[in-house]
Every structure is written in C-alpha cells, then in structure tokens.
Design a protein around this ligand. Structure first.
Ligand SMILES: [Zn+2]
Length: 120
C-alpha cells in the first residue's frame, strides 16, 4: 500500500508545482521600486525594493512569491556574503542573480528574471 501513498504524494507535488508555475506566468511582472535608506513598513507584492544609501545599492527586498508573506532580504554589497546583483532590463523589470533559496520556513527556491518568478 505504501507505493500508492507515495504515488499520490508525488502526483500531488507535481500538480502543486505546475499550479505555482502557471500562477507565476499569469501574474503581472515584478517591478523595481528604488528606495533610499529604509524599506517602507508595508511592502507591495509585485515589487522588488532596492534600498540604496550614498549612491550604493545596499539590499533588495521583496515579499516571498510563494504566498507565505515573509519578507526576503538580499544583500547587494559586494564585500558581504551572500551577495546578489540586480539588473534592470530595458523594459524596467528586474533580474536578480543568483537564485533565492530560503533554507528555512517555506523553503522557496526561485529565480527572478525579467520581473518573472521562475521556480526551481
Ligand atoms: Zn515563502
């Protein structure tokens, strides 16, 4: 009987991943929101906040796209690790490098490319 349970669990998992991908594809793209010094108290869902101070980009922040409502912080300072880079595409959408992987909580792992969330 165990294999049946395992089969159903994996089917359910595939289904969930597909739903997540379809959902990500139909959402409006994420836009860059430049802020100076501090993040706003409430973050918008379709935004990648880039916090800069004295002309340097310090961190990027966004609401986790999985729906868990956690705020993800990505360091942009090159002398600290881990470190991400944000590139603004011609259409204004952000590309984030490398991928974002939450090791705790929801465990989300995704790429942000051209304002689109690509699940791993
Ligand atoms: Zn999450």
């Amino acid at each position: 009987m165990n294999w049946i349970v395992r089969l159903f669990a994996s089917l359910l998992d595939t289904c969930r991943t597909k739903t997540k991908r379809v959902w990500a594809a139909i959402q409006p793209s994420i836009q860059i929101e430049p802020v100076s010094e501090a993040l706003p108290r409430h973050l918008g869902r379709r935004k990648l906040y880039v916090v800069s101070e004295d002309g340097y980009d310090e961190q990027a922040a966004m609401i986790c796209p999985c729906g868990c409502k956690q705020v993800l912080h990505m360091n942009l300072l090159t002398d600290e690790r881990p470190c991400w880079t944000v590139r603004q595409e011609e259409d204004g959408t952000p590309t984030l490098h490398p991928s974002v992987w939450r090791k705790k909580g929801c465990g989300s792992h995704f790429w942000l490319r051209r304002g689109r969330v690509i699940w791993c």
